[in-house]
Design a protein. Structure first.
Lengths: 304, 240
């Protein structure tokens, strides 16, 4: 059987997708859709080859059929991707062409001859289900999987594919300033309803300043309280982030919000409810009144 | 234009549990209305305000959701349960779409509950697909589709049959009233059997507990002490 293919069409999750792909023990071929800088970064993840496709003028989704034909010719052992929208379209066509089953929330892939074994998180991460198939499996990797170790960079090859769709890019609109900062921030402070009053947001800003962090919020603080712009919200219906540190202040941990922050490497929770779901997701937590903990935390950081 | 708006097609993962026998069990056996479903119907209407919108659902029970939002009729797909895999659901939906005469647009919620189903549906139909769609505007004989792209948005002009995975940013602002829902229940509802023969599937060979997450929680009764412990831990992690 062939190599593992990874499809990369965003910057946030390439490293963890590569981590799962490489842990399978097979050689990894990376197919990158987007700017050259993205491909050059992926080339450092210990993959065997990197092929980049320029999608500035034509959306990558139009290449899906031709890309799937290539998969049929080369017969990858498995195809791994994040839940990025473009990558999912490409992978859907590959799955159809290979007549392959599909698994989501995947944390590991293993091979034994023609048998492919996949582990996926189930029941809201309460269990790991082991799935088997004969032949290739298309796998959407779970958020928060370990990153690939960096290695000597491979040479990036430029690829071309034919489009089967009548697509034409009309315009590209940049996001609001908040969203742009969140996407690239190494540290993010999140705030939820547990912050209490609007004047307490000043404490959150002080913590963000001490950490040199961006600030995000849960959906109710935007939609119901109008304390933040929509571009500052993180969650299922808005945007996902993957900073090195995420500090959740007064965030209970609703699934809608957690889906947007699970890509963070270290999650810290500060909440006065010890049974809040956020404490099942965090690496570190403080059970206490957020308005009392935040000033102490700022002081501790500044004295560190 | 005839559009198919798919609603109530994905299982809510909140209903997924691990039973006492170590196997997956579902608290519900049929799909629920998803956060994006209302917008899937709205986008189908926006694509051609004078066209026909057909609602398509995997659910049983009250199937008037799309009809109450403007669909002329509804088709229900029967025969799949909660354990159906994405390939089976997509195959069943694709076959149901093929049975709708003249359909050239499919709108479906780009649901986090089942993230691969919309693109599989497009692939099985052989139609192009765009996901994370915000809105659609008709322009001559084409559509201008605005979707989330990177950290911003991108507008793409598309023509010909297409599957659009729609992602709502907010809850539905104005839900249909009771009078509208009651009238919608009088609209035609057809049934079709889920045709999934030959769909590739994974077999379940076991289930186990996840590796214990190394979580460290400090008592905030003494805020200063807890903050100091946390900062020390974060320095050890290398994130400060």
């Amino acid at each position: 059987m062939g190599n593992v293919w990874m499809i990369i069409a965003d910057d946030l999750s390439a490293s963890s997708v590569a981590g799962v792909a490489r842990a399978s023990g097979r050689e990894v071929d990376a197919f990158v859709f987007g700017p050259a800088a993205r491909a050059e970064q992926v080339a450092r993840y210990g993959v065997s080859s990197v092929t980049r496709f320029d999608v500035e003028a034509a959306p990558a989704e139009g290449f899906a059929k031709d890309f799937a034909h290539r998969a049929l010719e080369e017969r990858p052992a498995a195809v791994v991707l994040s839940d990025d929208a473009t990558a999912r379209v490409l992978a859907g066509f590959v799955a159809a062409e290979l007549h392959a089953p599909v698994a989501t929330s995947v944390v590991s892939i293993a091979f034994d001859g023609e048998k492919t074994t996949v582990e996926q998180m189930v029941a809201e991460d309460a269990g790991v289900q082991v799935l088997e198939a004969t032949g290739p499996v298309v796998c959407v990797v779970a958020d928060g999987c370990p990153d690939a170790e960096e290695a000597a960079p491979m040479t990036v090859q430029e690829g071309t594919l034919d489009s089967f769709a009548s697509f034409g890019v009309v315009s590209n609109e940049a996001a609001g300033a908040g969203a742009t900062g969140l996407a690239t921030a190494e540290r993010v402070v999140g705030v939820g309803l547990g912050i209490g009053a609007k004047e307490n947001l000043a404490m959150v800003d002080e913590l963000a300043s001490a950490l040199d962090a961006a600030v995000t919020c849960t959906l109710p603080l935007c939609d119901n309280y109008h304390w933040f712009e929509h571009s500052s919200v993180v969650g299922t219906s808005t945007q996902k982030i993957s900073p090195r540190l995420y500090v959740a202040c007064g965030v209970s941990g609703a699934p809608q919000h957690l889906a947007g922050v699970r890509g963070a490497k270290v999650i810290v929770a500060i909440n006065n409810d010890p049974d809040a779901p956020i404490f099942r997701e965090c690496a570190y937590g403080i059970v206490g009144d957020v308005t009392k903990v935040l000033p102490s935390l700022v002081e501790a950081i500044e004295n560190a | 234009m005839t559009s198919v708006a798919i609603f109530k097609w994905a299982m809510n993962p909140h209903d997924e549990r691990i039973g006492a026998n170590g196997a997956i069990k579902w608290l519900a056996n049929r799909p629920e209305i998803g956060d994006d479903d209302y917008l899937a119907v709205q986008v189908a209407k926006d694509a051609d305000p004078n066209g026909e919108v057909v609602g398509l659902t995997m659910a049983s029970g009250d199937t008037a959701f799309a009809a109450a939002r403007g669909a002329e009729r509804t088709v229900t797909v029967e025969g799949l349960d909660a354990f159906a895999q994405p390939t089976q659901v997509a195959a069943a939906l694709a076959n149901a779409v093929r049975e709708v005469d003249g359909a050239s647009l499919v709108t479906i919620g780009d649901s986090a509950w089942s993230p691969m189903t919309p693109s599989l549906l497009a692939a099985y139909l052989g139609w192009p697909c765009l996901l994370a769609v915000d809105s659609v505007v008709p322009e001559d004989d084409a559509l201008v589709v605005t979707r989330r792209y990177g950290t911003g948005t991108q507008s793409v002009r598309v023509s010909g049959p297409i599957v659009l995975g729609v992602a709502a940013r907010r809850e539905e602002a104005e839900k249909p009233g009771m009078r509208t829902v009651l009238q919608a229940r009088k609209k035609p509802v057809g049934k079709t059997h889920a045709a999934t023969e030959g769909s590739p599937q994974l077999s379940v060979s076991g289930i186990h507990e996840p590796d214990a997450r190394p979580s460290k929680v400090f008592d905030g009764a003494d805020a200063s002490a807890a903050a100091a412990q946390l900062v020390s831990a974060l320095k050890s992690e290398g994130v400060l």
